[in-house]
Design a binder for this molecule. Structure first.
Ligand code: BES
Ligand code: ZN
Length: 391
């Protein structure tokens, strides 16, 4: 009896019984440079070049984020997987994809200035700012918090109002079985079933241990992206735009905890062979750096589509732009990319000038000059992307 008791005690002390183990994928450098005592939390790992898949106790995930942040100046930098198979699938998917071939038929010509110009003139920074403020006023938009559910109800109602009277448009929840916050999807059915996706994450988080109660305004990360998208929707509706292709606008849940919302959506669409011809991700659009106004992320994105987006900026937004890398799967574009769809992520600044208030109670619009001038450029870019790709 005593032996059994001490064995159980031994297991508890070693965290073998209560610790939930999960799989994540991270940049390999993060693993190789982890300190010895931290490495002891890794239960199993397998290296695939730039990516390593890692079995780790769930309660160590915040420490992993903190480490990635402090030592690698990344914000967290892991993708959450439900199983080892799921983690391995990411690696094989990434290795087997030949994007250039698969999407070589997509027409990246720019030839609809007459249509695009009047629309981008309608972009209203005051409306974008008002929406950022409304979203940031929720205590947080955390994926398991009641306020995270309420904030999505607000996004849904807002998009419904904009789409009112359009029989070709529907707004719905995409429910996620394992957490309460749904994603929101507005679909405008076009003449063809080919799909263009414009999305961003609607959830927010505070710190690494913030949880469901902490204050997380997430004004820049990512009320800004959702508000740029909401303005795009408003203008398409105001101009009674009837798309050729099917447009889908998405406000993803649970990005901040490992791209979980977008992953479920992109994986489901892939399994249904959904013909998504292009994806644009807006995550952080309102904090301007000193130089380039728009920065195209070159990793986990499609080069041909990125070149097209660069030309769209020159033609329509007319601001200085550049390129950079997150260095890891930093946002929902990666969920699409890993499912074989061409994605782009136009970002607000060079990484070296990133907004250091994100994931804190200070991520408010006052940190972006109390206006949405910068986020307006992304609304213009998104409008030009949709129309030129659609026509
Ligand atoms: N918006 C950020 C990503 C980001 C931050 C891009 C700074 C570029 C500069 C996003 O919401 C985020 O926080 N992503 C996580 C990773 C995710 C897989 C949990 C991150 O960067 O830690
Ligand atoms: Zn974030």
């Amino acid at each position: 009896m005593k032996k059994i008791f001490s064995f159980v005690l031994f297991l508890i002390l070693n965290n073998q019984i209560f610790a939930k183990e999960v799989w994540v994928s991270v940049g390999s450098d993060l693993v190789s440079k982890s300190e010895k005592n931290f490495k002891s939390a890794f239960r199993e790992n397998q290296n695939f070049g730039d990516i390593t898949i890692l079995k780790i106790e769930e309660e160590f995930l915040p420490f992993l984020s903190k480490f990635a942040h402090q030592d690698f100046h990344r914000c967290g930098g892991f993708i959450y997987h439900d199983s080892k198979e799921d983690a391995l699938k990411l690696v094989t998917d990434l290795e087997s994809q030949d994007f250039a071939k698969k999407f070589s038929f997509v027409d990246y010509q720019i030839s609809h200035q007459d249509m695009v110009n009047p629309m981008i003139e309608s972009v209203d920074a005051l409306r974008i700012a008002a929406n950022i403020r409304t979203m940031a006023a929720f205590q947080n938009r955390y994926y398991t918090a009641p306020t995270g559910v309420q904030s999505q109800a607000w996004v849904k109602a807002t998009w419904e109002k904009l789409a009112a009277g359009r029989s070709d448009a529907t707004v719905s929840y995409f429910k996620h079985p394992n957490w309460s916050q749904p994603s929101v999807i507005l679909k405008i059915q076009g003449k063809s079933n080919e799909i263009i996706v414009v999305g961003g994450h609607a959830d927010s988080i505070s710190g690494y241990f913030g949880g469901a109660a902490a204050r997380a305004p997430g004004a820049d990360d990512n009320a800004s992206g959702i508000s740029s998208i909401t303005e795009i929707i408003r203008i398409l509706m105001e101009h009674s735009y009837q798309p050729e292709k099917t447009l889908m606008f998405m406000a993803y849940s649970a990005e901040e905890v490992g791209l979980r919302g977008s992953k479920e959506i992109a994986t489901q669409m892939k399994s249904q062979n959904a013909p998504v011809i292009g994806v644009m991700q807006f995550d952080m659009t309102n904090f301007k750096g000193s130089d380039n106004s728009i920065v195209l992320m070159t990793d986990y994105t499609n080069e041909a589509q990125n070149n097209f987006v660069g030309k769209l900026i020159d033609t329509y937004v007319k601001v200085k732009w550049g390129q950079d890398k997150c260095g890891y799967a930093c946002s929902d574009h990666a969920s699409w990319h890993m499912n074989g769809y061409p994605a782009s992520m136009p970002f607000e600044a060079q990484m070296s000038e990133m907004n250091h208030q994100i994931h804190t109670p200070n991520d408010t619009i006052s940190h972006s000059g109390d206006n949405a001038d910068h986020a307006s450029k992304f609304a213009r870019l998104g409008l030009s992307y949709i129309i030129e790709l659609d026509q």
